[in-house]
Ligand binder design. Structure first.
Ligand code: CUA
Length: 368
Protein backbone atom coordinates (compact mmCIF):
# COMPACT_ATOMS: atom_id res chain seq x y z
CA UNK A 1 0.00 0.00 0.00
CA UNK A 2 2.88 2.31 0.86
CA UNK A 3 4.40 1.74 -2.59
CA UNK A 4 1.09 2.45 -4.26
CA UNK A 5 0.69 5.68 -2.29
CA UNK A 6 4.19 6.81 -3.26
CA UNK A 7 3.55 5.96 -6.91
CA UNK A 8 0.31 7.91 -6.87
CA UNK A 9 2.01 10.89 -5.27
CA UNK A 10 4.76 10.85 -7.90
CA UNK A 11 2.28 10.48 -10.76
CA UNK A 12 0.10 13.29 -9.44
CA UNK A 13 3.15 15.56 -9.12
CA UNK A 14 4.27 14.62 -12.63
CA UNK A 15 0.85 15.29 -14.06
CA UNK A 16 0.49 18.59 -12.21
CA UNK A 17 3.97 19.56 -13.35
CA UNK A 18 3.05 18.86 -16.97
CA UNK A 19 -0.15 20.83 -16.66
CA UNK A 20 1.52 23.78 -14.92
CA UNK A 21 4.31 23.84 -17.47
CA UNK A 22 1.88 23.71 -20.35
CA UNK A 23 -0.19 26.50 -18.87
CA UNK A 24 2.95 28.65 -18.57
CA UNK A 25 3.51 28.05 -22.24
CA UNK A 26 -0.10 28.63 -23.13
CA UNK A 27 -0.13 31.87 -21.13
CA UNK A 28 3.02 32.71 -23.07
CA UNK A 29 0.98 32.81 -26.25
CA UNK A 30 0.15 36.47 -26.04
CA UNK A 31 -3.08 38.30 -26.64
CA UNK A 32 -3.14 40.28 -29.84
CA UNK A 33 -2.75 44.03 -29.68
CA UNK A 34 -1.12 44.28 -26.25
CA UNK A 35 0.19 47.72 -25.28
CA UNK A 36 3.86 47.02 -26.13
CA UNK A 37 2.94 47.74 -29.74
CA UNK A 38 1.97 51.30 -28.92
CA UNK A 39 5.60 52.41 -28.56
CA UNK A 40 6.54 50.87 -31.90
CA UNK A 41 3.64 52.61 -33.60
CA UNK A 42 4.95 55.99 -32.41
CA UNK A 43 8.53 55.36 -33.51
CA UNK A 44 10.07 58.12 -35.60
CA UNK A 45 10.47 57.99 -39.35
CA UNK A 46 11.93 54.77 -40.64
CA UNK A 47 11.52 53.47 -44.19
CA UNK A 48 7.88 52.44 -44.51
CA UNK A 49 8.55 48.77 -45.17
CA UNK A 50 10.75 48.55 -42.06
CA UNK A 51 8.11 50.30 -39.98
CA UNK A 52 5.48 47.94 -41.35
CA UNK A 53 7.48 44.92 -40.21
CA UNK A 54 8.18 46.46 -36.80
CA UNK A 55 4.46 47.05 -36.29
CA UNK A 56 3.39 43.50 -37.12
CA UNK A 57 1.47 41.85 -34.29
CA UNK A 58 2.95 38.72 -32.80
CA UNK A 59 1.74 35.28 -33.71
CA UNK A 60 -0.85 33.93 -31.29
CA UNK A 61 -1.22 30.52 -32.89
CA UNK A 62 -0.57 27.15 -31.34
CA UNK A 63 -2.38 24.48 -29.40
CA UNK A 64 -3.90 24.64 -25.94
CA UNK A 65 -0.63 23.24 -24.59
CA UNK A 66 2.09 24.87 -26.68
CA UNK A 67 2.50 27.93 -28.92
CA UNK A 68 3.29 27.73 -32.64
CA UNK A 69 6.43 25.81 -33.58
CA UNK A 70 8.94 28.18 -35.15
CA UNK A 71 12.28 26.41 -34.84
CA UNK A 72 13.77 22.99 -35.47
CA UNK A 73 14.22 22.68 -31.70
CA UNK A 74 10.42 22.60 -31.40
CA UNK A 75 10.54 19.09 -32.85
CA UNK A 76 11.06 17.97 -29.25
CA UNK A 77 7.39 18.83 -28.61
CA UNK A 78 6.71 15.14 -29.14
CA UNK A 79 8.49 14.37 -25.85
CA UNK A 80 6.35 16.90 -24.00
CA UNK A 81 3.20 15.21 -25.23
CA UNK A 82 4.65 11.76 -24.47
CA UNK A 83 5.35 12.73 -20.85
CA UNK A 84 1.94 14.35 -20.56
CA UNK A 85 0.18 11.24 -21.95
CA UNK A 86 2.15 8.89 -19.68
CA UNK A 87 1.38 11.04 -16.65
CA UNK A 88 -2.33 11.11 -17.41
CA UNK A 89 -2.40 7.36 -18.13
CA UNK A 90 -0.80 6.42 -14.83
CA UNK A 91 -2.70 9.05 -12.85
CA UNK A 92 -6.07 7.78 -14.00
CA UNK A 93 -5.07 4.09 -13.99
CA UNK A 94 -3.61 4.06 -10.49
CA UNK A 95 -6.36 6.24 -9.08
CA UNK A 96 -9.01 3.91 -10.49
CA UNK A 97 -7.37 0.84 -8.93
CA UNK A 98 -6.95 2.57 -5.57
CA UNK A 99 -10.63 3.47 -5.48
CA UNK A 100 -11.66 -0.03 -6.61
CA UNK A 101 -9.47 -1.86 -4.06
CA UNK A 102 -10.45 0.49 -1.27
CA UNK A 103 -14.09 -0.39 -1.80
CA UNK A 104 -13.58 -4.07 -2.53
CA UNK A 105 -11.30 -4.84 0.43
CA UNK A 106 -12.68 -2.38 2.97
CA UNK A 107 -13.08 -3.61 6.53
CA UNK A 108 -16.61 -4.54 7.47
CA UNK A 109 -18.27 -6.74 10.13
CA UNK A 110 -17.97 -10.43 9.34
CA UNK A 111 -15.49 -9.86 6.51
CA UNK A 112 -12.31 -11.92 6.76
CA UNK A 113 -9.17 -10.68 5.00
CA UNK A 114 -8.04 -12.89 2.15
CA UNK A 115 -4.48 -14.24 2.36
CA UNK A 116 -2.06 -12.44 0.04
CA UNK A 117 0.82 -14.11 -1.74
CA UNK A 118 4.42 -13.24 -0.79
CA UNK A 119 5.84 -13.46 -4.22
CA UNK A 120 4.74 -13.34 -7.85
CA UNK A 121 7.45 -13.59 -10.51
CA UNK A 122 5.29 -12.55 -13.45
CA UNK A 123 4.06 -9.45 -11.62
CA UNK A 124 7.52 -8.39 -10.46
CA UNK A 125 9.08 -8.81 -13.90
CA UNK A 126 6.23 -6.81 -15.45
CA UNK A 127 6.56 -3.89 -13.06
CA UNK A 128 10.31 -3.81 -13.53
CA UNK A 129 10.54 -4.21 -17.29
CA UNK A 130 7.76 -1.83 -18.37
CA UNK A 131 9.00 1.16 -16.29
CA UNK A 132 12.55 0.48 -17.50
CA UNK A 133 11.42 0.64 -21.13
CA UNK A 134 9.52 3.87 -20.41
CA UNK A 135 12.53 5.44 -18.66
CA UNK A 136 14.91 4.53 -21.50
CA UNK A 137 12.45 5.94 -24.05
CA UNK A 138 12.16 9.21 -22.09
CA UNK A 139 15.93 9.43 -21.67
CA UNK A 140 16.67 8.93 -25.36
CA UNK A 141 14.07 11.49 -26.43
CA UNK A 142 15.21 13.99 -23.79
CA UNK A 143 18.88 13.50 -24.61
CA UNK A 144 18.22 14.01 -28.32
CA UNK A 145 16.47 17.35 -27.69
CA UNK A 146 19.10 18.43 -25.18
CA UNK A 147 21.98 17.74 -27.57
CA UNK A 148 20.18 19.61 -30.36
CA UNK A 149 19.90 22.69 -28.12
CA UNK A 150 23.39 22.52 -26.58
CA UNK A 151 25.52 21.72 -29.63
CA UNK A 152 26.98 24.66 -31.50
CA UNK A 153 25.95 24.32 -35.16
CA UNK A 154 28.62 24.26 -37.88
CA UNK A 155 28.32 27.80 -39.23
CA UNK A 156 25.99 29.76 -37.00
CA UNK A 157 25.02 33.38 -37.46
CA UNK A 158 26.32 35.11 -34.33
CA UNK A 159 24.14 37.73 -32.67
CA UNK A 160 25.36 39.34 -29.45
CA UNK A 161 22.78 39.91 -26.75
CA UNK A 162 23.08 42.29 -23.82
CA UNK A 163 20.36 42.33 -21.20
CA UNK A 164 20.04 44.93 -18.50
CA UNK A 165 17.31 46.47 -16.40
CA UNK A 166 15.03 46.62 -18.36
CA UNK A 167 15.94 46.42 -21.97
CA UNK A 168 17.30 44.02 -24.57
CA UNK A 169 20.10 44.88 -26.94
CA UNK A 170 20.74 42.66 -29.96
CA UNK A 171 23.90 43.47 -31.91
CA UNK A 172 23.99 42.28 -35.52
CA UNK A 173 27.02 41.45 -37.69
CA UNK A 174 26.77 44.85 -39.47
CA UNK A 175 27.03 46.69 -36.13
CA UNK A 176 23.34 47.61 -35.93
CA UNK A 177 21.67 47.42 -32.52
CA UNK A 178 18.02 46.68 -31.88
CA UNK A 179 15.85 45.81 -28.87
CA UNK A 180 14.18 43.20 -31.10
CA UNK A 181 15.57 39.95 -32.42
CA UNK A 182 15.71 39.66 -36.22
CA UNK A 183 16.81 36.33 -37.68
CA UNK A 184 16.77 34.75 -41.15
CA UNK A 185 14.83 31.54 -41.66
CA UNK A 186 16.62 28.16 -41.92
CA UNK A 187 19.88 29.66 -40.67
CA UNK A 188 21.38 28.21 -37.47
CA UNK A 189 21.63 31.04 -34.93
CA UNK A 190 24.06 31.47 -32.07
CA UNK A 191 23.19 33.98 -29.37
CA UNK A 192 26.09 35.06 -27.18
CA UNK A 193 24.46 36.61 -24.16
CA UNK A 194 25.51 38.58 -21.11
CA UNK A 195 23.95 40.89 -18.55
CA UNK A 196 25.15 44.25 -17.27
CA UNK A 197 23.47 43.95 -13.88
CA UNK A 198 21.32 41.10 -12.54
CA UNK A 199 20.10 37.74 -13.82
CA UNK A 200 17.82 37.86 -16.83
CA UNK A 201 16.67 35.01 -19.08
CA UNK A 202 16.13 34.83 -22.82
CA UNK A 203 12.89 33.11 -23.77
CA UNK A 204 11.04 32.79 -27.08
CA UNK A 205 8.32 30.16 -26.54
CA UNK A 206 7.77 29.38 -30.27
CA UNK A 207 11.51 28.63 -30.61
CA UNK A 208 11.37 26.41 -27.46
CA UNK A 209 14.61 27.91 -26.16
CA UNK A 210 15.20 29.50 -22.78
CA UNK A 211 18.50 30.37 -21.14
CA UNK A 212 19.61 32.36 -18.12
CA UNK A 213 21.74 35.44 -18.78
CA UNK A 214 24.36 36.02 -16.13
CA UNK A 215 26.47 39.11 -15.37
CA UNK A 216 30.24 38.88 -16.00
CA UNK A 217 30.01 35.78 -18.17
CA UNK A 218 28.58 34.58 -21.46
CA UNK A 219 25.83 32.06 -21.90
CA UNK A 220 24.79 30.72 -25.29
CA UNK A 221 21.70 29.57 -27.12
CA UNK A 222 21.49 27.78 -30.46
CA UNK A 223 18.41 27.39 -32.58
CA UNK A 224 17.36 27.28 -36.22
CA UNK A 225 14.23 29.31 -37.07
CA UNK A 226 11.94 27.29 -39.31
CA UNK A 227 8.83 29.43 -39.74
CA UNK A 228 8.41 33.03 -40.96
CA UNK A 229 6.61 35.27 -38.51
CA UNK A 230 6.69 37.57 -35.52
CA UNK A 231 6.90 36.03 -32.07
CA UNK A 232 7.01 37.24 -28.50
CA UNK A 233 10.35 37.40 -26.75
CA UNK A 234 10.42 37.45 -22.98
CA UNK A 235 12.72 37.92 -20.05
CA UNK A 236 11.95 34.80 -18.01
CA UNK A 237 13.80 35.69 -14.82
CA UNK A 238 12.38 38.21 -12.37
CA UNK A 239 14.90 41.04 -12.62
CA UNK A 240 13.32 43.88 -10.65
CA UNK A 241 10.45 46.30 -10.80
CA UNK A 242 10.09 46.59 -14.58
CA UNK A 243 10.86 42.96 -15.43
CA UNK A 244 7.54 42.83 -17.24
CA UNK A 245 8.71 45.52 -19.68
CA UNK A 246 11.37 43.16 -21.06
CA UNK A 247 9.06 41.73 -23.65
CA UNK A 248 9.91 42.38 -27.27
CA UNK A 249 9.52 40.70 -30.63
CA UNK A 250 11.47 38.01 -32.43
CA UNK A 251 11.14 38.33 -36.20
CA UNK A 252 11.91 35.49 -38.61
CA UNK A 253 12.65 36.92 -42.08
CA UNK A 254 13.47 35.48 -45.48
CA UNK A 255 17.27 35.40 -45.74
CA UNK A 256 17.48 38.19 -48.35
CA UNK A 257 14.96 40.39 -46.53
CA UNK A 258 16.86 39.94 -43.28
CA UNK A 259 20.11 41.34 -44.70
CA UNK A 260 18.29 44.25 -46.34
CA UNK A 261 16.34 44.93 -43.16
CA UNK A 262 19.33 45.24 -40.85
CA UNK A 263 21.31 47.27 -43.42
CA UNK A 264 18.51 49.75 -44.14
CA UNK A 265 17.51 50.07 -40.49
CA UNK A 266 21.11 50.89 -39.61
CA UNK A 267 21.43 53.44 -42.42
CA UNK A 268 18.11 55.06 -41.48
CA UNK A 269 19.25 55.58 -37.89
CA UNK A 270 22.53 57.10 -39.01
CA UNK A 271 20.72 59.70 -41.11
CA UNK A 272 18.03 60.47 -38.59
CA UNK A 273 17.25 63.91 -37.19
CA UNK A 274 18.92 64.16 -33.69
CA UNK A 275 15.55 64.69 -32.00
CA UNK A 276 14.10 61.57 -33.68
CA UNK A 277 17.24 59.62 -32.89
CA UNK A 278 16.93 60.69 -29.23
CA UNK A 279 13.34 59.52 -29.17
CA UNK A 280 14.37 56.19 -30.61
CA UNK A 281 17.10 55.85 -27.97
CA UNK A 282 14.48 56.60 -25.31
CA UNK A 283 12.32 53.79 -26.67
CA UNK A 284 14.98 51.29 -27.60
CA UNK A 285 17.65 51.62 -24.94
CA UNK A 286 15.47 51.36 -21.90
CA UNK A 287 15.07 55.04 -20.88
CA UNK A 288 11.33 54.55 -21.37
CA UNK A 289 11.24 52.12 -18.42
CA UNK A 290 12.03 54.91 -15.94
CA UNK A 291 11.50 58.30 -17.61
CA UNK A 292 8.18 59.52 -18.95
CA UNK A 293 7.77 62.23 -21.57
CA UNK A 294 4.29 63.26 -20.42
CA UNK A 295 5.13 64.80 -17.03
CA UNK A 296 4.28 61.73 -14.91
CA UNK A 297 6.87 60.46 -12.40
CA UNK A 298 8.28 56.95 -12.71
CA UNK A 299 11.53 55.54 -11.31
CA UNK A 300 13.34 58.65 -12.56
CA UNK A 301 12.27 62.25 -13.25
CA UNK A 302 10.08 62.97 -16.27
CA UNK A 303 11.78 64.49 -19.28
CA UNK A 304 8.86 66.71 -20.17
CA UNK A 305 9.51 70.36 -19.44
CA UNK A 306 12.81 69.58 -17.72
CA UNK A 307 15.06 71.25 -20.29
CA UNK A 308 16.56 74.51 -18.99
CA UNK A 309 15.12 73.98 -15.49
CA UNK A 310 17.12 74.48 -12.30
CA UNK A 311 16.97 71.24 -10.31
CA UNK A 312 17.98 70.56 -6.70
CA UNK A 313 20.51 67.77 -6.24
CA UNK A 314 20.94 65.41 -3.30
CA UNK A 315 24.28 67.03 -2.39
CA UNK A 316 22.48 70.34 -1.76
CA UNK A 317 23.67 72.10 -4.92
CA UNK A 318 21.58 72.91 -7.95
CA UNK A 319 22.14 72.24 -11.62
CA UNK A 320 20.63 73.34 -14.89
CA UNK A 321 19.24 70.64 -17.16
CA UNK A 322 21.29 71.21 -20.29
CA UNK A 323 23.41 69.14 -22.66
CA UNK A 324 26.18 68.78 -20.04
CA UNK A 325 23.75 67.68 -17.32
CA UNK A 326 22.12 65.15 -19.65
CA UNK A 327 25.51 63.82 -20.69
CA UNK A 328 26.66 63.42 -17.05
CA UNK A 329 23.39 61.70 -16.15
CA UNK A 330 23.89 59.19 -18.95
CA UNK A 331 27.57 58.47 -18.30
CA UNK A 332 27.66 58.81 -14.47
CA UNK A 333 24.06 58.51 -13.34
CA UNK A 334 24.83 58.62 -9.60
CA UNK A 335 26.79 61.89 -9.80
CA UNK A 336 23.95 64.41 -10.03
CA UNK A 337 20.97 62.77 -8.37
CA UNK A 338 17.73 64.58 -7.76
CA UNK A 339 16.16 64.01 -4.32
CA UNK A 340 13.23 61.61 -4.23
CA UNK A 341 14.58 59.27 -6.90
CA UNK A 342 16.44 56.01 -6.17
CA UNK A 343 20.08 55.72 -7.36
CA UNK A 344 19.12 52.80 -9.60
CA UNK A 345 20.13 53.92 -13.09
CA UNK A 346 23.01 51.96 -14.65
CA UNK A 347 25.67 53.83 -16.60
CA UNK A 348 25.34 53.97 -20.36
CA UNK A 349 29.04 54.76 -20.88
CA UNK A 350 30.26 52.88 -23.93
CA UNK A 351 26.75 51.90 -24.97
CA UNK A 352 25.56 55.05 -26.70
CA UNK A 353 27.34 56.77 -29.57
CA UNK A 354 28.06 60.51 -29.43
CA UNK A 355 25.25 61.00 -31.93
CA UNK A 356 22.86 59.12 -29.65
CA UNK A 357 23.87 61.11 -26.55
CA UNK A 358 23.36 64.37 -28.44
CA UNK A 359 20.11 62.94 -29.76
CA UNK A 360 18.83 62.33 -26.22
CA UNK A 361 19.64 65.94 -25.28
CA UNK A 362 17.91 67.19 -28.46
CA UNK A 363 14.86 65.03 -27.69
CA UNK A 364 14.62 66.33 -24.09
CA UNK A 365 14.98 69.88 -25.39
CA UNK A 366 12.09 69.26 -27.78
CA UNK A 367 9.82 68.26 -24.85
CA UNK A 368 9.46 71.76 -23.42
CU1 CUA B 1 15.10 40.96 -17.26
CU2 CUA B 1 13.32 39.94 -16.08
Amino acid sequence: MKTICTSIAICVLLALGSVAHAQDSAAGAPAAGAPADAAAAKAPALPAWIQEINDRPWDTGGTFWLPTKASLQADSDFMFYAVLALSLFFLTGITAFVVYFTIKYRHRPGHKAEPSSHHNDALEITWSVIPTIICVFLFIGGWDGYVSMQTRPAEPLLIKVTAKKWVWDFEYPNGWHSPNLHVPIDQPIELQMTSLDVLHAFYVPPFRVKQDIVPRRYTYIYFTPSRLGTYRLYCAEYCGMNHSLMKEKAFVHEAATWQRFIDEAKAAEQNMDPKDLGKMVWEKKGCIACHTIDGGAKVGPTWKGSWGQQVKLTDGTTATVDAAYVRTSIMEPQKQLQPGYPPSMPTYAGQLSEAEINGVAAFIESLK
